[in-house]
Write a protein that binds this ligand. Structure first.
Ligand code: HEM
Length: 155
């Protein structure tokens, strides 16, 4: 059961991030201010209510599964988790909340776009960290094989 929960949460969390990231870029580049405001509202509700529990569930179930495992891959996953959690709670959540407030009030000033840029950078960072955790997780579960080391020919 923890394995199934970990697999679901471990796929859902990065999926949320990539959905928010791509939809934000598209609507900022091609959408109206009204469309941006609508997306900002959806990223807060239901978005954050899905993403934050998914990150917590992936981390919690991962720590549980990791108790009985040793090695480089599990160590690397454990080390990335505090950065993923802090980035989510301390950067992505506050950014999403203030951007939603400003967009709802029609305030699209320089501060809005500075915070928007910070949110995109934090989102991309978390996507990379979670992607590495997915890769290492799939390797540990035996679903993905590491690329074998091929020494270069010397003659
Ligand atoms: C957001 C963070 C994380 C993501 C996105 C993630 C993702 C995944 C994924 C997709 C799998 C493959 C599951 C399967 O194929 O059944 C996996 C496996 C695994 N993960 Fe994570 N994981 C995360 C955090 C952690 C943490 C913090 C640990 C603790 C060290 C951990 C430990 C494990 C272990 C031990 C497995 C192998 C389970 C098995 O043998 O079937 N994960 N992870």
């Amino acid at each position: 059961m923890p394995k199934r929960a970990h697999l679901i949460a471990g796929i859902l969390a990065p999926l949320c991030i990539v959905t928010f990231f791509v939809s934000t870029l598209l609507v900022e580049l091609f959408g109206s201010h009204a469309a941006v405001a609508q997306l900002k509202a959806m990223i807060v509700t239901p978005g954050l209510w899905i993403m934050i529990p998914a990150i917590a569930a992936a981390g919690g179930s991962g720590m549980f599964l990791g108790k009985s495992r040793k090695g480089r891959l599990v160590g690397a996953k454990k080390m990335r988790m505090p950065f993923i959690a802090a980035n989510g709670l301390l950067v992505l959540v506050p950014c999403a909340i203030v951007l939603n407030r400003w967009a709802a009030a029609g305030t699209f000033d320089t501060t809005f776009y500075v915070v928007q840029t910070i949110e995109l950078i934090a989102g991309a960072t978390n996507f990379v960290l979670m992607g590495l955790n997915v890769r290492d997780g799939l390797r540990m579960a035996g679903r993905l094989h590491a690329v074998p080391f091929m020494p270069a020919k010397t003659s």
